[in-house]
Design a binder for this molecule. Sequence first.
Ligand SMILES: C[S@@+](CC[C@H](N)C(=O)[O-])C[C@H]1O[C@@H](n2cnc3c(N)ncnc32)[C@H](O)[C@@H]1O
Length: 202
Amino acid sequence: MAHRIYRSTARFYDLLDLPFESRRYAPIRPQMFAGLSGRALDAGVGTGRNMPYYPPDVRVTGIDLSPAMLARAGARRDRLAIDVELLERDVCDSGLPDSHFDAAVATFLFCVLDDSLQLPALKELARIVKPGGEIRMLEYEYSKNPRKRFVMRLWAPWVRLVYGATFERHTEQYVPQAGLEIIEERHLYQDIIKLIVARKPA
Ligand SMILES: C[S@@+](CC[C@H](N)C(=O)[O-])C[C@H]1O[C@@H](n2cnc3c(N)ncnc32)[C@H](O)[C@@H]1O
């Protein structure tokens, strides 16, 4: 389903996201890669919105299900003249080697994955990250503030249609079943964008 949605959305993704990117996401994205070293995975790399924030000494591989999104990520990589490997892969079955990455980052990926895919995706990331490695996820959730929640509910059908995403995935509840431990959970934008950091036990 995501594959089909993003074939159409790819063309407009950066434009649609522009107001949110500049005000909400750009200040947060650097934190997703801060302090990483070695090899990192950008899971659901999309059009490569995280690329400007990759630390220069980290070797990043970006994977995505959508060829249309990957084509845009490739163009951004060329514009930024950075060395990033881009692969067309499913995060639930990536075919990448066991314990290959020092860390994995997924920004706004799990809100797109159906509930039935949350655990398979987390298990796959747990498999390809080294023991002791972090999996950092950035996700939306509904605000506890009734007024903001109401506005988010008005937006929800559009978000579902254009991004295949919802605001209520509760990804953190699948983390223990994937054999991971949560080491950090905190909001980075109001009470609607949340960082979840899980670790693969050493
Ligand atoms: C909302 S976009 C986020 C893109 C990017 N991470 C960002 O922060 O802008 C979600 C991305 O996840 C990708 N995606 C959805 N399901 C996937 C899967 N099973 N495996 C890999 N990528 C997937 C979509 O194609 C899309 O590019």
